[in-house]
Design a binder for this molecule. Structure first.
Ligand code: NAI
Length: 462
């Protein structure tokens, strides 16, 4: 039995960041992980591998559509799927090994196995029970399927199976037009699959700014993705390695079926807390399965904290990381703070979609007086040169004070550009502060400045 100041359960972005920060703050720390490699869903079967496949398939798209225009002649490359999967695996390995290195460097012990909490102050891993003054649950989330849909990770796959298909399918049906469905749907569409996305709501990417939703759907449609909105999938059957998807149109209740080689179920995720012993311990759980925590991420049991996908809030790696750092600082006696109003969201398709803060829809709901500063990438020299002029930057600011309330970007490097607005919002900046900041030319960032200018006297290049 070993004794620690902190034991973190789970080594995803929430858990490993928490463990490293605890160690940096002088706490004797261990992290429990049952997978063969560190990094959780994000590094092993989520963010990182999907980005590798998005990158590779985007290169193919560029070769097929834009190379000849730039005078790069020759046949477009063909897909060596085995090699692409190898590249994906190598990317995963480089990242998971990186965390192992950071654990060693910071003297965080990796307790290999699945952890449970037999009583407050104790964590059991395999046959061993360790003592911990503080326990942080960072156990993440799992795929939540639909009634009538059984995921076999062979024909009917979750994002995990979709990252390791044996071949590029001829036809894929994606259930759910959320982040996972559109990112992975894009990958296979670019690699040559016929992809149809079936979505329950009447718009894609729920919660996104309405204008972005429309342009985003139009752009993806141009790239070859098919959409059936307003349709509730009620079942999937598999026969001879072919799937039949049944759905009902919400407008008239009519029932339809479609066939596919692969069905990707991307209808959300739910907190993963199995085997931790939370019920026996008496830890409070919310209605949708999340562990209940207070404003300091502490559960109803003193000394037991929870962060990331296992608690309430957006299921995003960076939200989990921030909570991981904040809990470490809390345990070390500091008084950290997370501004949940400034957590960016990014969809890594091409073009990328990024957003932070309020949308026009939420501002209207709140009855707030706001103004819109919008700038199209068509007026951005760099974007035009790079065949990336589809999309826009939209900044929402308070009508009276000019304070930035939110921003929505669809276009090149949107996921990087959004951080300029995040920083501005953290500093309580006005749109004019961004507009008066010198931006290098020629960069995509100039479009952000132009949108800020559009909140005032107007942009120059529109
Ligand atoms: P999601 O919650 O983003 O989207 C699920 C979609 O499925 C919704 O649009 C919903 O209306 C639809 N749906 C639900 N039931 C349906 C039915 N019966 N028939 C048709 N459509 C139905 O969930 P997703 O994409 O699975 O992602 C899970 C989590 O992972 C999300 O919280 C997401 O934010 C996170 N994630 C974030 C990424 C990023 O930040 N780039 C990448 C991947 C995942």
């Amino acid at each position: 039995m070993s004794s620690y100041d902190v034991i973190v359960i789970g080594s995803g972005p929430g858990g490993y960041v928490c463990a490293i920060r605890c160690a940096q703050l002088g706490l004797k720390t261990a992290c429990v992980e049952g997978r063969e490699t560190l990094g959780g869903t994000c590094l092993n079967v989520g963010c990182i591998p999907s980005k590798a496949l998005l990158h590779a398939s985007h290169q193919l798209h560029e070769a097929e559509h834009n190379f000849a225009k730039m005078g790069l002649k020759g046949k477009a490359p063909s897909v060596d799927w085995k090699q692409m999967l190898k590249y994906k695996e190598e990317t995963i390995e480089a990242n998971t090994k990186g965390i192992e290195f950071l654990f060693k460097k910071n003297k965080v012990d990796w307790l290999k196995g699945w952890g449970s909490i037999p009583e407050a102050g104790k964590v059991k891993v395999g046959d061993e029970t360790h003592e911990a003054k503080h326990i942080v649950i960072a156990s993440g989330s799992e795929v939540s399927s639909l009634p009538g849909v059984e995921i076999d990770e062979n024909v009917v796959v979750s994002s995990t199976g979709a990252l390791a298909l044996t071949k590029v399918p001829n036809r894929m049906i994606v259930i759910g037009a959320g982040v996972i469905g559109l990112e992975l749907g894009s990958v296979y569409s670019r690699l040559g699959s016929e992809v149809k996305v079936i979505e329950f709501l009447n718009a894609i990417t729920p919660g996104q700014d309405g204008e972005v939703q429309k342009i985003f759907q139009r752009t993806l449609k141009k790239q070859g993705l098919e959409f059936q909105l307003g349709a509730a999938v009620s079942g999937v059957s598999v026969k001879n390695k072919k799937a039949t998807v049944t759905y009902k149109l919400r407008k008239d209740d009519s029932e339809h079926t479609e066939e596919a080689d692969i069905v990707l179920v991307a209808t959300g995720r739910s907190p993963y807390t199995e085997g931790l012993g939370l019920n026996t311990l008496g830890i409070e759980i919310e209605a949708r399965g999340q562990i209940k925590t207070d404003a300091h991420w502490q559960t109803n049991m003193p000394g037991i904290y929870a962060i990331g996908d296992a608690i309430t809030g957006p299921m995003l790696a960076h939200k989990a990381e921030d909570e991981g750092m904040a809990v470490a600082e809390t345990i070390a006696g500091q008084k950290p703070h997370i501004n949940y109003g400034v957590i960016p969201g990014v969809i890594y398709t091409h073009p990328e979609v990024a957003s932070v803060g309020e949308t026009e829809e939420t501002l209207k709901e709140q009855g707030r007086d706001y103004k819109v500063g919008k700038f199209s990438f068509m007026g951005n020299g760099r974007a035009k040169a790079n065949f990336a002029a589809d999309g826009f930057v939209k900044i929402l600011a308070d009508k009276t004070t000019d304070r930035i309330l939110g921003a929505h970007i669809i276009g090149p490097m949107a996921g990087d550009l959004i951080h300029e607005i995040c920083i501005a919002m953290e500093f309580g900046a006005a749109a004019e502060d961004v507009a008066r900041t010198c931006h290098a030319h020629p960069t995509y960032s100039e479009a952000v400045r132009e949108a800020a200018l559009a909140c005032g006297d107007g942009p120059i290049h529109a």
